[in-house]
Design a binder for this molecule. Structure first.
Ligand SMILES: Nc1ncnc2c1ncn2[C@@H]1O[C@H](COP(=O)(O)OP(=O)(O)O)[C@@H](O)[C@H]1O
Ligand SMILES: N[C@@H](CC(=O)OP(=O)(O)O)C(=O)O
Length: 565
């Protein structure tokens, strides 16, 4: 819940200092990032006034959880908040590839310590491919029989990896002994029940992050750097009960901020938090935020604590112009807006979790995507706005194995209510739609394959959708399609499309549907799965590797720069 504090202030100098008057009678430095601010008795918002030196007014500052104490303390002592030495300053998230071995953990520790002025919150994923191995072990346990659980290869791999890491880092085996034991028990339980529910899957995969964070915190402590391990589900990450794909609930922000902040103030130690995990608000069981969910954990913490920056450290030099697994010549994109990054992630770029931009955008906190294998590479900076004047195409994203539906009304032309009926059917069935193109009496759309997969919505359920739609329309179900999303400056869509259709014509590819959404950053094309990769490569060459004077790139691949805000 937000708490309101009233300040009477006049902006004096510097970027965020406020000489306060009235009851407070002190000069203070205002927090850089509160959950923010409406002015009372003044027409401008506080955030605006901070950018306009000299403005004065009575400001009502709303802040949450821990921020309230900090603001009060900073007003009482006259000390700054945003610049305070005492505050946590940024989040650094390291993905599975960054902490895949003892050697990698050592390098990550060195990397963290190479920023002596930061007071980071660290978020870690499970080591390497541990999450996949845990899921495979669970699947095998369903059918292998209790006595054979200890022979599951993936279980042996996980044990061996974690025990070897502990040994090589010189930390005590006891930090993970209980978890390894419980993991054995859990797999035996699955073998006994002969079933692996979504709820059990989430509990099962949680062992990955629970162990990596314990090992890493113990290692930092061993190196004399005080660190404290946290399980996200114990410190206020409250989620929906949608196992394997839970959503973070609002209550998370004040709870997490309070817990991390209070601990930091009373006994400073670098927080090492499990990524990906939460606690279902009804069931109180462990939930996960969807694959790659540690990015979301990081941005949630960034927003909760109002931190200066969120860093996500990966195994690539930032967000690239396309998936490097499709095309090795993909190049880093220096700047992105939150909208572009969200669209890119939603339409299938594995590099960022689809929901992870939301908290960063709401908190207006810059996100930096960096390479833990190549820390000197500049990476990608994601901010609210950037200079789009010279931006054309930013990145090309491919989402495979999409199902497309062509739905044509059986009624007379001009029937209103047709679209509403179609979408109410999807709503009733709880199916999420990706790309849509409509005319008055027909609609083409694609269904989100990950949602279908996670809900185990297979042919049977697709047949059910078609059956429902056929009550009002003629329906064609087209499978094995791909969405190619062109993320960039849709203000220049004519130029982009001209080039795109040239490339597609040259390559003999037929586009089956095209959609330019309201987002203004994405044009989506639907093609056959078996033509998609070749298409992406051809588009990449055309947009990023050849001279395109007619597109007026300006910045090489037309990525513009971060806007001064
Ligand atoms: N447009 C893209 N830019 C960068 N990486 C991409 C892109 N599309 C797909 N990827 C893949 O995403 C991977 C990084 O994401 P992920 O594996 O989730 O990282 P981590 O586990 O380190 O958080 C890269 O190794 C790359 O193969
Ligand atoms: N370990 C989880 C969560 C995660 O975010 O992992 P990574 O950061 O390695 O993508 C997964 O594999 O989905």
């Amino acid at each position: 819940m937000a708490t309101a504090l009233n300040l009477t202030g006049v902006k004096t100098s510097g970027s965020n200092s406020l000489a306060s008057r009235g009851s407070l009678q002190q000069r203070c430095v205002l927090p850089q990032r509160l959950h923010f601010a409406t002015s009372v008795g003044s027409s401008s918002s506080l955030s605006r006034s901070l950018k306009n030196p000299g403005r004065s007014g009575v400001f009502k500052v709303c802040c949450t959880g821990a921020n309230v104490d900090v603001l009060e303390k900073s007003l009482a002592t006259g000390q700054g908040f945003g610049d305070s030495e005492n505050q946590l300053s940024c989040v650094m998230k390291f993905g599975g590839s960054s902490v895949a071995s003892a050697e990698r953990m050592r390098e990550v520790a060195d990397l963290i310590l190479s920023f002596p002025n930061e007071r980071p919150v660290i978020v870690l994923s499970a080591m390497g491919k541990t999450t996949n191995k845990l899921l495979q072990a669970g699947e095998k346990a369903v059918s292998c029989g209790v006595t054979n659980v200890s022979c599951i290869d993936e279980l042996s791999f996980i044990k061996e990896l974690h025990l070897r890491t502990v040994k090589e880092l010189g930390v005590d085996e006891s930090v993970i002994a209980t978890h390894l034991e419980e993991l054995d028990q859990l797999l035996k339980g699955i073998a006994m029940m002969k079933e692996l529910t979504l709820r059990t899957k989430d509990y099962l995969v949680s062992f990955g992050e629970c162990m990596s964070t314990r090992i890493f915190a113990a290692y930092l402590n061993k190196r004399g750097v005080k660190a404290r391990q946290y399980d996200a589900f114990e410190i206020g990450f409250i989620t929906t009960d949608d196992f394997t794909n839970a959503d973070i609930l609002e209550a998370t922000y004040p709870a997490v901020a309070k817990r991390l902040h209070d601990d930091w103030i009373t006994d400073p130690a670098i927080p090492i938090v499990t990524g990906f995990l939460g606690k279902g608000w009804r069931t109180c069981a462990v939930t996960t935020l969807g694959r790659g969910g540690s990015d979301l954990t990081a941005t949630t913490i960034g927003k909760a604590l109002g931190l200066r920056e969120i860093q996500v450290w990966k195994d690539v030099d930032g967000v690239l112009t396309c998936d490097p697994n499709i095309y090795q010549q993909a190049e880093p994109v220096p700047y992105l807006t939150f909208d572009e990054a969200a669209e890119l992630a939603y339409f299938g770029a594995q590099v960022l979790h689809p929901q992870s931009m939301r908290p960063a955008r709401e908190g207006d906190i810059p996100v930096r995507v960096k390479n833990s294998y190549n820390p000197n590479a500049p990476g990608t900076l994601i901010t609210r706005t950037r200079d789009m004047r010279k931006a054309v195409l930013t990145s090309i994203v491919l989402k495979r194995n999409v199902t497309m539906l062509d739905i044509v009304s059986t009624r007379m032309l001009g029937q209103f209510g047709f679209l509403a009926k179609v979408f109410s059917i999807f709503e009733d069935l709880g199916i999420s739609v990706d790309v849509v193109a409509t005319s008055e009496v027909s609609i083409s759309l694609t269904l989100d394959p990950s949602k279908l997969w996670s809900r185990e919505l297979i042919q049977q359920e697709l047949d059910h959708v078609v059956e429902e739609l056929e009550k009002i329309a003629v329906v064609h179900l087209l499978q094995h399609r791909s969405i190619i999303s062109l993320i960039g400056n849709v203000q220049r869509s004519s130029l982009i499309l001209e080039k795109v259709f040239n490339v597609l014509r040259t390559n003999g590819v037929n586009v089956q549907m095209i959609s330019q959404g309201a987002s203004k950053v994405n044009i989506s094309l639907i093609v056959n799965d078996d033509e998609a990769e070749q298409c992406v490569r051809a588009l990449h060459s055309a947009f990023f590797e050849s001279d395109l004077p007619e597109l007026d790139h300006g910045y090489g691949n037309g990525n513009g720069s971060a806007a001064a805000s």
